[in-house]
Ligand binder design. Structure first.
Ligand SMILES: [Zn+2]
Length: 224
Protein backbone atom coordinates (compact mmCIF):
# COMPACT_ATOMS: atom_id res chain seq x y z
CA UNK A 1 0.00 0.00 0.00
CA UNK A 2 1.43 3.33 -0.97
CA UNK A 3 1.54 6.43 1.06
CA UNK A 4 -1.33 8.87 0.82
CA UNK A 5 -0.50 12.46 0.06
CA UNK A 6 -2.42 15.46 1.15
CA UNK A 7 -1.55 18.55 -0.78
CA UNK A 8 -1.69 21.79 1.15
CA UNK A 9 -0.14 24.74 -0.59
CA UNK A 10 -2.36 27.38 -2.16
CA UNK A 11 0.63 29.06 -3.71
CA UNK A 12 2.30 30.03 -0.46
CA UNK A 13 5.97 29.57 0.19
CA UNK A 14 5.88 26.80 2.76
CA UNK A 15 9.55 27.23 3.57
CA UNK A 16 8.66 30.26 5.67
CA UNK A 17 6.10 28.39 7.74
CA UNK A 18 7.38 24.88 8.09
CA UNK A 19 5.94 24.55 11.58
CA UNK A 20 2.48 24.79 10.11
CA UNK A 21 3.06 21.82 7.80
CA UNK A 22 4.76 19.89 10.61
CA UNK A 23 1.70 20.32 12.81
CA UNK A 24 -0.59 18.88 10.14
CA UNK A 25 1.84 16.04 9.51
CA UNK A 26 1.84 15.12 13.19
CA UNK A 27 -1.94 14.74 13.16
CA UNK A 28 -1.67 12.15 10.40
CA UNK A 29 1.41 10.44 11.79
CA UNK A 30 -0.49 7.35 13.05
CA UNK A 31 -1.47 6.50 9.47
CA UNK A 32 0.26 5.70 6.21
CA UNK A 33 -0.68 9.17 5.04
CA UNK A 34 2.01 11.38 3.61
CA UNK A 35 1.36 15.08 4.20
CA UNK A 36 3.14 16.95 1.45
CA UNK A 37 3.17 20.30 -0.29
CA UNK A 38 4.71 18.80 -3.43
CA UNK A 39 2.15 18.45 -6.22
CA UNK A 40 4.26 15.75 -7.90
CA UNK A 41 4.09 13.59 -4.77
CA UNK A 42 0.36 14.16 -4.55
CA UNK A 43 -0.26 13.21 -8.18
CA UNK A 44 1.80 10.04 -7.78
CA UNK A 45 -0.66 8.69 -5.23
CA UNK A 46 -3.73 6.69 -6.31
CA UNK A 47 -6.54 9.03 -7.33
CA UNK A 48 -8.92 7.15 -5.06
CA UNK A 49 -6.76 7.66 -2.01
CA UNK A 50 -5.64 11.23 -1.83
CA UNK A 51 -7.01 14.58 -0.74
CA UNK A 52 -6.00 18.10 -1.58
CA UNK A 53 -6.55 20.79 1.04
CA UNK A 54 -6.38 24.32 -0.37
CA UNK A 55 -5.37 27.17 1.91
CA UNK A 56 -6.72 30.51 0.78
CA UNK A 57 -7.30 34.06 1.97
CA UNK A 58 -10.53 34.14 -0.01
CA UNK A 59 -13.41 33.62 2.43
CA UNK A 60 -15.58 30.58 2.07
CA UNK A 61 -18.64 29.87 4.18
CA UNK A 62 -16.71 28.98 7.34
CA UNK A 63 -13.17 28.55 8.62
CA UNK A 64 -13.05 25.59 6.30
CA UNK A 65 -15.26 23.40 4.21
CA UNK A 66 -15.13 19.78 3.05
CA UNK A 67 -17.28 17.01 1.72
CA UNK A 68 -17.70 14.07 4.08
CA UNK A 69 -15.88 11.07 2.62
CA UNK A 70 -14.35 12.70 -0.46
CA UNK A 71 -10.96 11.12 0.24
CA UNK A 72 -11.74 8.13 -1.95
CA UNK A 73 -13.97 9.69 -4.57
CA UNK A 74 -11.19 9.78 -7.16
CA UNK A 75 -12.30 13.21 -8.39
CA UNK A 76 -9.64 15.42 -6.74
CA UNK A 77 -12.41 17.36 -5.03
CA UNK A 78 -10.55 19.72 -2.70
CA UNK A 79 -11.34 20.79 0.80
CA UNK A 80 -10.59 24.30 2.00
CA UNK A 81 -9.11 26.30 4.85
CA UNK A 82 -9.32 30.08 5.17
CA UNK A 83 -6.47 30.10 7.67
CA UNK A 84 -3.16 29.95 5.86
CA UNK A 85 -0.60 29.98 8.66
CA UNK A 86 0.24 28.91 12.19
CA UNK A 87 -1.82 27.02 14.72
CA UNK A 88 -5.18 27.92 13.21
CA UNK A 89 -4.12 26.90 9.73
CA UNK A 90 -2.80 23.62 11.07
CA UNK A 91 -5.99 22.89 12.98
CA UNK A 92 -8.22 23.49 9.97
CA UNK A 93 -5.66 21.69 7.82
CA UNK A 94 -6.33 18.54 9.84
CA UNK A 95 -10.03 19.07 10.61
CA UNK A 96 -11.21 19.43 7.00
CA UNK A 97 -9.29 16.41 5.68
CA UNK A 98 -10.73 14.63 8.72
CA UNK A 99 -14.17 15.23 7.24
CA UNK A 100 -13.00 13.87 3.90
CA UNK A 101 -11.98 10.68 5.74
CA UNK A 102 -15.54 10.32 7.03
CA UNK A 103 -15.39 12.08 10.39
CA UNK A 104 -18.12 14.19 11.98
CA UNK A 105 -17.81 16.86 14.65
CA UNK A 106 -17.00 16.30 18.31
CA UNK A 107 -20.28 17.55 19.76
CA UNK A 108 -21.84 17.93 23.20
CA UNK A 109 -25.36 17.86 24.59
CA UNK A 110 -25.17 19.85 27.82
CA UNK A 111 -28.10 19.53 30.27
CA UNK A 112 -29.95 22.84 30.39
CA UNK A 113 -31.67 22.30 33.75
CA UNK A 114 -35.09 22.03 32.16
CA UNK A 115 -34.93 18.42 31.14
CA UNK A 116 -33.43 19.16 27.77
CA UNK A 117 -29.97 19.81 26.43
CA UNK A 118 -28.06 22.57 24.74
CA UNK A 119 -26.30 21.39 21.63
CA UNK A 120 -22.63 22.34 21.12
CA UNK A 121 -21.52 21.54 17.59
CA UNK A 122 -17.80 22.04 18.22
CA UNK A 123 -16.35 21.06 21.59
CA UNK A 124 -13.67 23.67 22.34
CA UNK A 125 -11.55 21.63 24.71
CA UNK A 126 -10.61 21.39 28.36
CA UNK A 127 -7.65 22.21 30.58
CA UNK A 128 -5.16 24.98 29.96
CA UNK A 129 -1.53 25.70 29.29
CA UNK A 130 0.76 22.92 28.17
CA UNK A 131 -1.84 20.25 28.87
CA UNK A 132 -4.89 22.01 27.46
CA UNK A 133 -6.54 19.62 25.01
CA UNK A 134 -9.23 19.75 22.36
CA UNK A 135 -10.41 17.28 19.75
CA UNK A 136 -9.29 18.03 16.21
CA UNK A 137 -12.87 17.55 15.03
CA UNK A 138 -14.12 20.07 17.59
CA UNK A 139 -12.29 23.39 17.85
CA UNK A 140 -8.56 23.09 18.36
CA UNK A 141 -7.52 26.74 18.15
CA UNK A 142 -7.43 27.43 21.88
CA UNK A 143 -5.49 24.48 23.29
CA UNK A 144 -1.89 23.50 22.73
CA UNK A 145 -2.71 19.82 22.31
CA UNK A 146 -5.27 18.50 19.85
CA UNK A 147 -5.91 14.97 18.69
CA UNK A 148 -8.35 12.58 17.10
CA UNK A 149 -10.99 11.53 19.58
CA UNK A 150 -13.97 9.32 20.29
CA UNK A 151 -15.89 11.55 22.66
CA UNK A 152 -13.71 11.25 25.77
CA UNK A 153 -15.04 14.37 27.50
CA UNK A 154 -18.05 15.50 29.52
CA UNK A 155 -21.41 15.63 27.76
CA UNK A 156 -19.95 14.23 24.56
CA UNK A 157 -22.63 13.19 22.09
CA UNK A 158 -20.61 11.85 19.18
CA UNK A 159 -18.73 8.67 20.04
CA UNK A 160 -17.43 7.92 16.57
CA UNK A 161 -14.03 6.24 17.00
CA UNK A 162 -12.10 8.50 14.66
CA UNK A 163 -8.88 6.48 14.50
CA UNK A 164 -10.79 3.32 13.72
CA UNK A 165 -13.01 5.10 11.22
CA UNK A 166 -10.06 6.43 9.28
CA UNK A 167 -8.57 2.95 8.80
CA UNK A 168 -11.83 1.07 8.18
CA UNK A 169 -14.22 3.37 6.30
CA UNK A 170 -13.16 2.50 2.78
CA UNK A 171 -10.42 5.11 2.78
CA UNK A 172 -7.68 2.68 1.69
CA UNK A 173 -5.71 3.95 4.69
CA UNK A 174 -4.01 1.84 7.34
CA UNK A 175 -2.05 2.50 10.49
CA UNK A 176 1.59 3.28 9.86
CA UNK A 177 3.92 0.35 10.51
CA UNK A 178 5.07 0.32 14.11
CA UNK A 179 8.48 1.96 14.39
CA UNK A 180 9.06 1.45 18.11
CA UNK A 181 9.38 -1.71 20.15
CA UNK A 182 7.05 -2.68 22.96
CA UNK A 183 9.83 -3.82 25.31
CA UNK A 184 12.84 -2.08 26.81
CA UNK A 185 15.09 -4.22 24.62
CA UNK A 186 13.47 -2.92 21.46
CA UNK A 187 12.89 0.64 22.61
CA UNK A 188 13.87 3.69 20.64
CA UNK A 189 15.96 6.35 22.26
CA UNK A 190 14.01 9.56 22.10
CA UNK A 191 14.98 13.17 22.06
CA UNK A 192 12.74 15.48 20.13
CA UNK A 193 14.52 17.37 17.38
CA UNK A 194 11.94 17.71 14.61
CA UNK A 195 14.19 17.96 11.60
CA UNK A 196 16.13 14.72 12.01
CA UNK A 197 15.33 11.28 10.78
CA UNK A 198 14.24 8.37 12.98
CA UNK A 199 16.96 6.17 14.42
CA UNK A 200 17.07 2.56 13.30
CA UNK A 201 14.98 0.30 15.46
CA UNK A 202 16.86 -0.61 18.63
CA UNK A 203 19.35 2.25 18.45
CA UNK A 204 20.10 3.93 21.74
CA UNK A 205 22.50 6.66 20.76
CA UNK A 206 23.33 9.00 17.96
CA UNK A 207 21.19 11.79 16.60
CA UNK A 208 17.72 12.21 17.92
CA UNK A 209 14.65 10.62 16.46
CA UNK A 210 11.17 11.93 16.01
CA UNK A 211 8.37 10.32 17.90
CA UNK A 212 5.54 8.49 16.18
CA UNK A 213 2.32 7.95 18.05
CA UNK A 214 1.02 4.78 16.50
CA UNK A 215 -2.26 2.96 16.77
CA UNK A 216 -3.92 2.75 20.18
CA UNK A 217 -3.30 -1.01 20.47
CA UNK A 218 0.46 -0.61 20.60
CA UNK A 219 2.50 -0.26 23.76
CA UNK A 220 5.55 1.60 22.57
CA UNK A 221 8.41 2.41 24.88
CA UNK A 222 10.81 5.30 24.63
CA UNK A 223 13.92 6.06 26.59
CA UNK A 224 14.95 9.67 27.06
ZN1 LIG B 1 -16.06 20.65 10.50
Amino acid sequence: MGRRPLFGSGGRDERHDQGFVERVAEDFEPFNINVTTDIKVYLAAPATSRQRCCFTDTPVTAAGVAYIGSWNWGSDTPCWSVYTTGKNGAEVGAHEPGHTLGLGHETQEIPNGSGGTTHVEYFAGQGSGATGWAPTMGVGYYDQVSSWSKGEFQYASNFQDELNNIVTANNNVAYRADDTGSTLATRVFWKYIPTTRPLPKGSSSGPATRMHFNSPQRADKWCC
